[in-house]
Design a protein around this ligand. Structure first.
Ligand code: AMP
Ligand code: MG
Length: 405
């Protein structure tokens, strides 16, 4: 059996980064930058005022001094003339600082009478002045390829004049559920049937990872039926199926994948929940066979499929943040496999705590609903209350796109 790290390495070494395309700026939200952004602008382009007040020469200012107001400059206007010794110019937030002036006195700090202002004290040089280039200089490499574009990056790109930007293509993921017992959404489960959960949780996880999922529906436990669905996933960049990868008579996914032409690279990974997970290549594209229990499917997606999708989408950082947390309840992981236990994180005066979200059975989806982290617990271990554990934070989300309507 492979460790989680060995399995992830084996997977990622076979994942190629997808190509790039040019998109409108706002369509790039949640996408991954495919080019370096080097500024051709100084931001701000000239020194300007950060207050409504008066542009002055700091050397002229002292308590009791009065200066002649020689005009005004508003945001969007150019100062008509320089400020000379003994003078001041009315100025507004965002307006260019006139030549000669090197500071701004806020209007509430002066007394204005008859075209003059009286100062109450000295003003520091460069007070309330935003210097040219304080945010961005020409030639600054402000964004690296591989950066996830969030609202702040979109704003910066707009500031720098990019109406369009090059981003990686979103991975298209085909999601297949297998099992005779599954009734899909919209059909009432028959007497021996259960509702199909995994298609939807896995599509949602794909969306959260920035991908474009498409459902291949539910295949019954028949080789020909599974093989046919697998072959139908030609347009996808990745195929993810769930269930039918264990050792039962009806666990046919591995054989169906092989019949469809896939080469399988790994099967069992030493983890709980999880263990049976298949990864292979089909016509150069990655295929995953995840376990069927809803929690196992989600946890293996989280640990293996998500990093693969992020790599395809051009992201540099493929893993979630990990943190140390104190156990607020005893956390036990009996058995020889590493545990990934569902916990809820809680910050308090002594740092970060984590409590189990309840029963940890791999079919208990409500323990996943309540979780915002996975505690990573070594085999045969009981972490006592206040014992330290490593926790993977689960809730960083970047939505992808699909035709949901
Ligand atoms: P299997 O790996 O096929 O033995 O499935 C393991 C367990 O997961 C069984 O109890 C299945 O009924 C259940 N299961 C498999 N696929 C799904 C699904 N799409 N939604 C909900 N439960 C599932
Ligand atoms: Mg089954």
């Amino acid at each position: 059996m492979l460790t989680v790290e060995e399995a992830l390495d084996a997977i990622l070494s076979r994942i190629a980064v997808l190509g790039a395309e040019q998109v409108e700026l706002l369509a790039a939200l949640g996408r991954v930058l495919a080019e370096p952004i080097v500024s051709r602008r100084e931001i701000p382009p000239w020194p300007n005022s950060s207050m409504d007040g008066y542009a002055v020469r700091a050397a002229d200012t002292r308590a009791g001094v009065s200066l002649t107001v020689i005009g005004r400059v508003e945001a969007g206007a150019t100062p008509a003339r320089p400020v000379e010794h003994g003078e001041a110019m009315r100025i507004f937030t965002g307006a260019p600082l006139p030549e000669g002036a090197d500071a701004v006195v806020p209007q509430e700090d002066v007394e204005a009478i008859d075209g003059r202002i009286a100062l109450r004290g000295p003003v520091d040089g460069s007070a309330y002045v935003r210097p040219r280039g304080e945010d961005v200089r020409v030639g600054d490499r402000v964004l690296q390829p591989g950066t996830l574009l969030t609202a702040a990056e979109i704003g910066l790109l707009a500031t720098l004049g990019h109406g369009q930007v090059r981003v990686h293509r979103r991975p298209r993921v085909a999601i297949l559920s297998t099992g005779n017992e599954l009734a899909d959404l919209g059909t009432e489960p028959g007497p021996a049937q259960i509702p199909n959960t995994n298609t939807y949780s896995l599509m949602a996880q794909a969306l959260e990872a920035g991908a474009e999922p498409a459902s291949l529906g539910v295949a019954p436990d028949r080789l020909d039926a599974i093989e046919e669905r697998v072959r139908g996933a030609r347009d996808a960049d990745m195929l993810v199926s769930s269930a039918g990868v264990s050792v039962g008579d009806l666990d046919l996914v591995r054989e169906a994948l092989t019949r469809a032409g896939a080469e399988l690279h790994l099967w069992k990974v030493s983890m709980r929940p999880g263990k049976p997970i298949t990864f292979g290549s089909l016509g150069g594209r990655p295929v995953f066979g995840l376990p069927g229990n809803p929690v196992s499917a989600m946890v293996t997606f989280e640990l293996f499929v998500r990093p693969a999708l992020l790599k395809m989408a051009g992201r540099r950082r493929l893993t979630r943040p990990r943190m140390r947390a104190r156990a607020l309840t005893p956390v036990s992981n009996p058995g020889s496999r590493r545990g990934y236990l569902r916990v809820r994180l809680q910050a308090d005066a002594s740092g970060l705590g984590a409590r189990l979200t309840g029963e940890q059975g791999s079919a208990i989806l409500r323990s996943m609903v309540a979780a915002d982290g996975l505690a990573v617990v070594p085999p045969d271990t009981v972490v006592p209350v206040n014992g330290e554990m490593e926790v993977i934070a689960l809730r960083e989300v970047t939505y992808g796109g699909c035709d949901i309507a």
